[in-house]
Design a protein around this ligand. Structure first.
Ligand SMILES: *[C@@H]1O[C@H](CO)[C@@H](O)[C@H](O)[C@H]1NC(C)=O
Ligand SMILES: *[C@@H]1O[C@H](CO)[C@@H](O)[C@H](O)[C@H]1NC(C)=O
Ligand SMILES: *[C@@H]1O[C@H](CO)[C@@H](O)[C@H](O)[C@H]1NC(C)=O
Ligand SMILES: *[C@@H]1O[C@H](CO)[C@@H](O)[C@H](O)[C@H]1NC(C)=O
Length: 234
């Protein structure tokens, strides 16, 4: 039994925990909606309160390029949209924790393909009762960089519609290229609801579905004949 050895051992542990290496942030992710770009992370386990963070955005295409993002921020996210140089770029975000003069190692996000992985927001939909028909009009979400039509060479709409009181009987118009369509074969004096999603060629996911819009068809003592010819916006 050597008390001195125990004391040395205790001192070594103490030194390590005081001047110990600062752990890196965890769960580092790039996120994007409509082509914006935000880096998010979680604090390292057991992090002291007054940690600050510094970030960088790295374009991994050739030539590689790295740009400073937020410096000494106490937030757990950093807006990087203004650093996007290529819409079709492959990006990595990285973040390090800092406490006074101490600094953690960088922690990096997975690679992020901006145009393919951005979440496309919902289209803006209007539903009109126009004479004896219901007409759906759609506009694309506004992108921070470029436009949806410029980024995806092919984008179509999937429209789902149903009688408001019969939610299980869904009807579909898929692959619509025009941004207006007239719904056909509807019953008079009936409330119908529509929801629209954008399917973009090279995007990994369809858009967020639009808000559900409902409108009532006009009453008719004769059978209302609705036609389904869609037409291009002028
Ligand atoms: C960030 O914090 C470090 C450490 O406290 C300091 O040396 C540096 O000047 C700060 N940078 C800015 C831009 O505030
Ligand atoms: C959605 O479309 C309606 C009708 O065209 C328009 O009044 C409204 O401003 C649009 N909203 C957005 C967010 O674009
Ligand atoms: C859109 O319509 C196409 C064609 O019918 C279909 O393959 C696809 O699954 C639909 N997408 C969504 C998200 O409903
Ligand atoms: C539109 O109506 C025509 C004739 O009534 C029909 O042949 C066609 O399949 C309809 N199109 C759709 C998308 O329902």
């Amino acid at each position: 039994f050597l008390p001195l050895q125990n004391i040395y051992f205790f001192l070594i542990i103490l030194c390590l925990s005081v001047s110990g290496v600062l752990n890196s942030p965890t769960n580092v992710q790039l996120m994007s909606t409509n082509m914006d770009l935000v880096l998010k992370w979680d604090p390292p386990a057991g992090a002291p309160r007054d940690l600050v963070y510094t970030t960088e955005l790295i374009l991994r295409n050739s030539p590689m390029d790295s740009k400073p993002g937020c410096v000494n921020t106490s937030a757990l996210q950093c807006e990087l949209t203004h650093l996007v140089v290529s819409i079709y770029g492959r990006y990595t975000g990285r973040v390090k924790a800092q406490l006074g003069a101490q600094s953690s190692a960088w922690a990096s996000s997975d690679d992020f393909l901006l145009d393919k992985q951005t979440s496309i927001g919902p289209p803006n939909v209007s539903l009109y009762s126009n004479g004896a028909k219901l007409e759906v009009s759609i506009t694309d979400p506004v992108f921070v960089h470029s436009t949806l039509r410029d980024i995806y060479y092919y984008a179509t709409y999937n429209i789902t519609y149903w009688k408001k009181d019969r939610m299980k009987e869904l009807k579909h118009i898929n692959g619509l290229q025009q941004n207006r369509v007239v719904l056909h074969s509807l019953d008079p004096s009936t409330e119908y609801c529509v929801q629209v999603q954008i399917i973009a060629s090279t995007a990994q996911k369809p858009s967020t579905p639009s808000i559900v819009h409902c409108a009532r068809t006009p009453s008719g003592n004769h059978l209302i004949k609705l036609w389904n010819r869609s037409f291009k916006e002028t």
